[in-house]
Ligand binder design. Structure first.
Ligand code: M6R
Length: 615
C-alpha cells in the first residue's frame, strides 16, 4: 500500500524525492517522510503525519544538496498515523535508514531480540526493526547489499524495502520479498531511481526494470546491479515504457475522479480498438491471448478472481463467458479463493482482474492457481505489473493512469476486455453463433458513443445528489448483469462519501434488507429492459409500499416506471449485454456528487489506498 521512492545521481535528490512522493500519495496518505544523504556522510531526515503538503511545508527551505535520498508515503498497518510512526526508520546509531512496504509478521520476536539487549524503539511500527537488523548485518558484513539480503531472510511476510547507509551516500539497495507490491528500478543518464510504481518514475525516465519476488537491486548513479535471494548476480531486461504526461494531471477538472469518469468514452474506444474488427465482424485478441485452439477446447470451467471494483467487473465477465462462450464460469473473491483450497487443475482457466496488477490478495490467489497448473490470463491496467508476469497472457484495460483512489474507468476497460475474451473463447470452441458475434462486435463499437451520451446525465444526477446527500443509508439493487453494477454503486458511495450503502441482488431484498427501508433510506434500483425489468418493478413497488424513496435506472425509452419510482434516470440506447458499460456511469456520478456535497476528500478517501499490498 505504501509508496516508495528513491533517487541517486547528479541532481539534488531532495526535490526529486518529494516530487516522486506527490505521484505516489494515492498509495497512502497517513504520513510521509524522507531521508537524504549528502556527500559528507550526513543523514537528513524529515517526517510528518498527514498528507504530503504537511511534509512539503515542513522541509521548505531546509533541504540539503543531497546526492541520494529515499521517501515514503504511509498507509498505517502497525501503529497509528503519527510523526514517530512515519518512515524512514533509522537504527539507533543513525547509520542506516529504511523505508518499507509490507508487514513484518514476526516483528515482535525480532524486536525482543534487540530490546533484550537494551535497544530502544522509537515507533510502534513493525518496520523499525528492519533498520536495526540491517545495521547489525552491515556491521558484520561491511556490505549494504549483503546486509539487506541477510535481513530479508529473517523477515516473515512479504516486503518491499529500500535501505541507505551513511557509509556509502550514493548507494540505494532495494529488495522485494514475496508479493508486497512492486519495486521498479529506473535508469537515467548519470542517475538511477527506485519506486513502488512506474508512475513515480516516468517523468524522469522511461527505461525501467521490475524486481521479481526474491530479487535485490544495488542502485548507484552510474548503474544498477541485480542479485537473487542467494546472492548470485542476475541479468534483468530493461524495458522502455510509454508515457503520457497529460494523463497524470487534473486539467480543468476539480478532481481526478471526475476527470476519469469523463475519460470513459476514450477508454472504451481504446479498449475496442484493434480487438473488435468491423470488417470481419469478429474479435481478434492477437498476442494478448496465448493459448492455441486445442488448449482452449480443453478448458472445462473458468474462475474469475479479483477484489473490490475489479471483482465487480469480473462478475460482469462471468455473465459474458457463460452466455457467449457457454463455459461454466465462477467468480471468487481472491482473498477467499486463496485460503479455501479450491478444486482447480490444468483444465480450469483462471482469469484475474486487477487494475494495479499488484493487489496482494489477487497475486497470492494467482500463485495458488499457478501451483495447480491452471492456465491463467490477467486483465490489468499496468503493463509490466506482477500479475502480468505471473499470468500466461495479459489483456490490458487500456484505461491510462487512474489516479483517484476510487476506480472508475478501469472497471469499464475491464468489462470490455472480458467481453472480447468471451467472444474469442466462444468462437474458438465453436459455441458462439457467427451472427451473435457480429451483433456483439457492432454493439461494442457503438458503446463509446453511448458512454459519451450517458455523461450528459451529470446535471440531473448532481441534482439528485444534492437532494440525498445528507442521508446516512442507501440501498442499491439489481439483477443479472445489473447486480455487479448495483454492488459497484454501493462500493463507490461508501468509498468516497462515507455513507453506509448496501448492494444486493434485488431478489434477496425481501429476505432481510427490506427491514432497513423507511422514508429516510433511498434505494437505487437498476431496472433495465433486459428480461428482468418486471421483477425489478415488483421489488420497487415493495419498496414504495414501505415509503422508501426510489431512484430507478431504466433503459432508453422505457417509461413503465414513471410515476412508480420517485426519480427515473433513462440511459442511452445500448445492447442489453453491454448495459453495464453505461449503467455504471450514474453510479459513479452519484457517488462523486454526494461526496462533493458532503465536503469529502474525493480523490483520497480516508483509510484507503489505491494499491492494496497487505493482506
Ligand atoms: O488494483 P486492483 O484492481 O486489484 O484493486 C482492487 C481493489 O482494491 C480496488 O478495486 C478498490 O476496491 C478500489 N478502491 C475501488 O474503487
Amino acid at each position: 500500500m505504501c509508496g516508495i521512492i528513491g533517487y541517486t545521481g547528479r541532481r539534488p535528490a531532495g526535490p526529486i524525492v518529494i516530487d516522486g512522493l506527490k505521484r505516489l500519495e494515492y498509495r497512502g496518505y497517513d504520513s510521509a517522510g524522507i531521508a537524504l544523504l549528502d556527500g559528507d556522510h550526513e543523514l537528513y531526515v524529515a517526517r510528518s503525519v498527514g498528507k504530503l503538503d504537511r511534509l512539503d511545508a515542513h522541509v521548505e527551505g531546509t533541504l540539503p544538496p543531497a546526492v541520494a535520498g529515499i521517501g515514503h508515503t504511509r498507509w498505517a498497518t502497525h501503529g497509528e498515523p503519527s510523526d514517530a510512526n512515519a518512515h524512514p526508520h533509522l537504527d539507533p546509531s543513525g547509520r542506516v535508514a529504511i523505508i518499507h512496504n509490507g508487514i513484518v509478521e514476526n516483528f515482535e520476536t525480532l524486536r525482543a531480540r534487540f530490546t533484550d539487549r537494551g535497544a530502544t524503539f522509537l515507533s510502534a511500527t513493525d518496520s523499525e526493526v528492519i533498520a536495526h537488523i540491517v545495521a547489525e548485518q552491515l556491521e558484520a558484513s561491511g556490505d549494504l547489499v549483503e546486509a539487506l539480503r541477510l535481513t530479508t531472510l529473517q523477515l516473515e511476510g512479504a516486503h518491499a524495502i529500500v535501505a541507505v547507509a551513511t557509509d556509502e551516500p550514493g548507494r540505494l539497495v532495494a529488495a522485494r520479498v514475496g508479493n508486497a507490491g512492486g519495486v521498479v528500478v529506473g535508469f537515467g543518464d548519470g542517475e538511477s531511481f527506485i519506486a513502488s510504481d512506474l508512475a513515480a518514475l516516468l517523468p524522469n525516465t522511461r527505461r525501467v526494470a521490475f524486481l521479481d519476488p526474491g530479487e535485490i537491486a544495488d542502485v548507484r548513479a552510474d548503474g544498477v546491479a541485480f542479485i537473487d535471494g542467494e546472492g548470485r548476480a542476475i541479468e534483468k531486461a530493461v524495458k522502455t515504457q510509454p508515457y503520457d504526461p497529460v494523463a497524470a494531471v487534473k486539467g480543468r477538472y476539480k478532481h481526478f475522479m471526475l476527470k476519469e469518469i469523463y475519460e470513459q468514452p476514450e477508454t472504451a474506444l481504446d479498449a475496442v480498438r484493434g480487438r473488435y474488427l468491423p470488417d470481419l465482424a469478429r474479435v481478434s485478441l492477437g498476442d494478448e491471448f496465448p493459448f492455441d485452439a486445442e488448449r482452449v477446447r480443453r478448458i472445462r470451467r473458468v474462475i474469475l478472481i479479483a477484489m473490490g471494483t475489479s471483482m465487480h467487473a469480473a462478475m460482469v465477465g462471468r455473465h459474458y463467458i457463460e452466455r457467449l462462450a457457454r463455459i461454466p464460469a465462477e467468480i471468487d473473491n481472491a482473498a477467499e479463493f486463496r485460503y479455501r483450497q479450491p478444486v482447480i487443475d490444468d483444465e480450469t482457466l483462471v482469469v484475474s482482474v486487477a487494475q494495479s496488477g499488484e493487489t496482494v490478495d489477487t497475486l497470492w490467489a494467482m500463485e495458488e492457481a499457478r501451483a495447480a497448473g491452471c492456465p491463467q490470463l490477467t486483465v490489468c491496467n499496468t503493463p509490466g505489473a506482477q500479475s502480468t508476469r505471473v499470468a500466461d497472457g495479459t489483456l490490458l484495460m487500456r484505461a491510462g493512469p487512474e489516479i483517484a483512489v476510487a476506480s472508475t474507468k478501469t472497471m469499464l476497460g475491464s468489462m470490455i476486455a472480458l467481453h472480447a475474451l468471451a467472444l474469442h473463447l466462444g468462437r474458438v470452441r465453436g459455441t458462439l453463433d457467427e451472427a451473435v458475434e457480429a451483433e456483439q462486435v457492432a454493439a461494442a463499437l457503438r458503446a463509446p458513443a453511448a458512454i459519451g451520451q450517458a455523461l450528459l446525465l451529470e446535471p440531473r444526477i448532481a441534482q439528485l445528489a444534492s437532494r440525498y446527500a445528507q442521508r446516512e443509508d442507501f440501498l442499491f439493487l439489481g439483477r443479472g448483469l445489473s447486480l455487479p453494477v448495483a454492488l459497484e454503486g454501493a462500493l463507490k458511495l461508501k468509498e468516497v462519501s462515507y455513507i453506509h450503502a448496501e448492494g444486493y441482488p434485488a431478489g434477496e431484498m425481501k429476505h432481510g434488507p427490506i427491514a432497513l427501508i423507511d422514508e429516510n433510506v433511498p434505494t437505487v434500483a437498476l431496472a433495465l429492459d433486459d428480461g428482468l425489468r418486471d421483477k425489478m418493478r415488483s421489488n420497487i413497488e415493495q419498496l414504495k409500499a414501505r415509503r422508501g424513496p426510489v431512484i430507478a435506472i431504466v433503459s432508453a425509452g422505457d417509461h413503465s416506471l414513471d410515476g412508480v419510482a420517485d426519480d427515473v434516470i433513462e440511459l442511452p440506447p445500448i445492447d442489453p449485454l453491454l448495459s453495464p458499460l453505461v449503467s455504471v456511469l450514474p453510479m459513479q456520478l452519484l457517488a462523486y456528487h454526494i461526496a462533493v456535497e458532503r465536503g469529502a476528500d474525493v480523490d483520497q478517501p480516508r483509510n484507503l489506498a489505491k494499491t492494496v499490498t497487505v493482506e
